[in-house]
Design a protein around this ligand. Structure first.
Ligand SMILES: Cc1cc2nc3c(=O)[nH]c(=O)nc-3n(C[C@H](O)[C@H](O)[C@H](O)COP(=O)(O)OP(=O)(O)OC[C@H]3O[C@@H](n4cnc5c(N)ncnc54)[C@H](O)[C@@H]3O)c2cc1C
Length: 384
């Protein structure tokens, strides 16, 4: 074993790379290990780039509020283009039941101080010109939410983390986390062994497999989702549109126009398709295109450039699992990001640095209460 690191991060993805940046900037020596050839090659590059703080629970809200500050201010503070757009999020309602559900949730969100309001159909038609007005009762609109490019963002975080002193080993798979009593002794890979004081599991889809190396168990299961992107066209609508009406085969779908004018979209299969199935299907396009064009006929003439399939690292209740392991004192969980790991990443990275340096604030303690590793996993997040 060579150099001993303050922290080893397993996984250079949506969580591991911004965590490495925050840890290195906190003055710690950091080693990030990933079995892929470069950063962000698993779930991170499958994300469509939506970023919102308008959740239903304190923890996700606080982490994403901080993430939004980081994404939004990145270009000015750090100089890199990451495709940030303050385009907002919207959840249109086409039934009284849905309207009530969204308005009830808005009250909770107002309680957390979030900027979200109800817009009437005519105003929504200005935000999303040409949206189907048939049965439209209005929509939520949260103008401070936004979007950014997961590819540009992780690249920017990666290079800034290198500049801050973080080190990376790519093409190395973590295969062992030998323990002595309540401590991990080292991180063992298929190519070497690294001494470190603390270990962070940010292994995404492989959260469970990596946890087991430390003798721990986390209920994280990959859940397949497909996405696609169109050719670029002039900007013609504003916010992310999330249609939460379930239909046979799909629970919801969402789309927005990114900083380059491309419409990016994905759908949530129902029932969920668990496991890791990287290949695209012939089901996705007909299913999502029909729903999107019914809702927003102007999308019909757009040409789709490419599609892909990835996974949400899901937990049973839709909340991440973050915090120190109860039985292994130098092991920190940062897994189970579900469909929100890209938006949680930068805020969570800073929180992880405060966990490692034991500088948690009262807000952090409350946030971590939502993400407890040992919880019962019995609830369900309202907008998971
Ligand atoms: C179609 C689609 C759309 C999405 N849209 C959004 C969105 O709009 N907004 C949003 O916030 N999120 C979105 N997501 C979800 C988001 O992509 C994930 O939540 C997020 O990327 C998970 O981050 P992570 O760091 O946990 O995992 P990853 O980014 O996958 O990183 C984990 C890393 O760990 C490495 N690893 C695993 N095991 C080992 C090992 N044993 N040794 C070494 N390395 C290992 C992997 O190689 C990988 O690079 C979307 C996902 C999909 C599939």
């Amino acid at each position: 074993m060579g150099k001993a690191y303050d922290v080893a991060v397993i996984g250079a993805g949506s969580v591991g790379v911004p965590a490495a940046l925050a840890l290195a900037r906190a003055g710690l020596s950091v080693l990030v290990i990933d079995e892929m050839a470069s950063p962000g090659q698993l779930s991170n590059k499958k994300a469509i780039g939506g970023i919102r703080a308008t959740h239903s629970d304190f923890g996700k809200i606080r982490v994403c509020q901080r993430s939004i500050e980081i994404f939004k201010g990145w270009k000015e503070a750090e100089g890199d283009e990451i495709g940030w757009l303050s385009n907002g999020y919207s959840y249109p309602a086409y039934s009284a039941d849905m309207e009530k559900k969204l308005k009830d949730l808005m009250q909770v969100q107002h309680g957390f101080g979030l900027n979200i309001r109800w817009v009437l159909p005519d105003e929504y038609n200005e935000l999303v010109p040409g949206i189907s007005m048939k049965g439209l009762r209005g929509s939520t609109f949260s103008p401070e939410d936004g979007s950014a490019s997961p590819l540009l963002a992780i690249n920017a975080f990666y290079f800034k983390s290198l500049a801050a002193g973080a080190e990376y080993r790519f093409g190395e798979k973590v295969t062992g986390l030998p323990r002595q009593g309540g401590r991990i002794q080292a991180v063992v890979t298929d190519r070497g062994e690294y001494a470190c004081a603390e270990v962070i599991n940010a292994a995404g889809n492989s959260a469970q497999a990596v946890s087991r190396l430390a003798g721990l168990d986390v209920p994280v299961e990959p859940d397949n989702h497909e996405g696609a992107i169109t050719e670029p066209v002039k900007p013609f609508f504003g916010p992310m549109v999330v249609d939460i009406r379930p239909e046979p085969g799909s629970a919801n779908y969402y789309f927005y126009q990114n900083h380059e004018g491309q419409v990016v979209f994905c759908i949530t299969p129902d029932p969920p398709i668990l496991g890791v199935h990287p290949e695209s299907t012939s089901v996705f396009f007909p299913q999502v295109a029909r729903r999107m064009v019914q809702l927003y006929p102007r999308l019909a003439s757009l040409r789709v450039r490419r599609s892909w399939r990835g996974q949400y690292p899901m937990t049973p209740d839709g909340f991440p699992i973050v915090g120190r392991a109860a039985t292994v004192e130098n092991y920190i969980h940062a897994v189970g990001m579900c469909g929100q790991g890209f938006m949680l990443g930068p805020g969570l990275g800073e929180l992880l640095a405060r966990i490692v340096t034991r500088r948690q604030t009262a807000d952090d303690v409350r946030t971590l209460g939502s993400f407890l590793p040992g919880r019962a996993f019995s609830g369900i997040e309202a907008l998971k």
